[in-house]
Ligand binder design. Sequence first.
Ligand code: EPZ
Length: 417
Amino acid sequence: MAQAYLTRGKRKVNGSIQIKSAKNSILPIICSTVLQKNDCELILVPKIKDVEELLNVVGLLGITSERVNENLIIHSQNITYSSLDCDFAKNFRASIFLVGAMLTRFKQCEISLPGGCDIGKRNIDIHLDALASLGARYEIVQDVLIFNGKNMHSGVVELRYPSVGATINTIFASLELEGITTIINPAKEPEIKDLASFLNSLGYVIVGAGSKKISIYGRKIFPKPIAYKPIGDRIVAGTLLVLTTILGGEIMLSNIEQDSLEPVIFYLKKVGAKIAKYQNAIYLYSNAKLKPFKIVTGPFPQFPTDMQSIFISLALCCNGKSEIVEKVFEDRFKVVDEFKKFGACIKKRENSIIIEGKKSLNGATVRATDLRAGAGLVLTALTIEDSCEIENIEVIMRGYEDFDKILRTLGQDIKKN
Ligand code: EPZ
């Protein structure tokens, strides 16, 4: 049965939260276990749907896993080749990260073309061009991608756009290619650095992750067990910082590196939040008197597109008009129509929106159109005294563990129906 959140808002925030490991680090690291062929223990892994779905996909290859307290243990000793032409792979974007790992492990891969979703077409041309420039051959037969990696070689790969997924696939595909593979214009997201750090701890040699050039020195590794703690989830952390900024109060977040949140912290300070940074922790205080802002999303270190919808809820609480320009996904403003059900005054242009802040909003029933949009709608609902209902919360559970429980510990009135 479809679930919904029910809220009654206008309550201050007070509390401290330990941020769990980053979804967008964990997903490519799970794909890395195709290469590792041993036990891998990941620390502080949130119980979220995206992790479960990817474990289902790698389960087709004989990879098993179990949860031990807050950790996830993955066993990949008995990995065997299998086609990934299945609904799991088609409906779940991150399964495309498996292509590079499968090419290194099996020299072949067969996988359903990943579907689009509510934020855009989600093309894979950059992935395909990068892998082809390393000698991979592929054909698309009835929505199934069939790769032949028997004649792959190292080389120079220039990405036309710093795609996160294409960077991940190019790193995976070149790990054991003799010689040096160089990626020009790679994604610089913190999760890419985290993945490289994990792969290097397996024995691979990746230099320059997080910079404008990544070099992979191809080599074979010996399977060994590993325990690894990915970085904290910067988008979950950013969501809770915005919550506190708009409602007023204070919050302490632990297990979060502020460098990964720099662009978000810059704007929260600009609108009026007070922020203190500690070793792997962030403190925020807000009196909720906020100034309007203008943000333009882009690849890291620009403002993260995943925080865009969440900043709509911030803009609705600022004194004046704010502007958000979306430059990463072509259709990430679908959620605007849902915000308007609260009475929000938002004007859409080509790839930007103008949001009028401090308008009094009304209770409403709204629908989460995607993971981050859902989080933004919940935050706005919590600024409204009337009761609100947020439907389709299954998409929020893809990336936020126990979201309602965490919000209740921070003093919010929210429950699942
Ligand atoms: C990753 O998606 C993240 N997902 C996304 O987070 C995040 O929004 C995105 O990076 C940008 O930071 C995971 O890590 C699982 P891209 P990815 O390839 O790899 C276009 C979330 O909420 N493009 O950097 O799919 C693409 O259409 C999710 O956790 C091509 O045109 O992002 C988009 O417009 C949402 N051709 C832009 O580039 C390609 O071959 C960025 O895509 C690849 C991408």
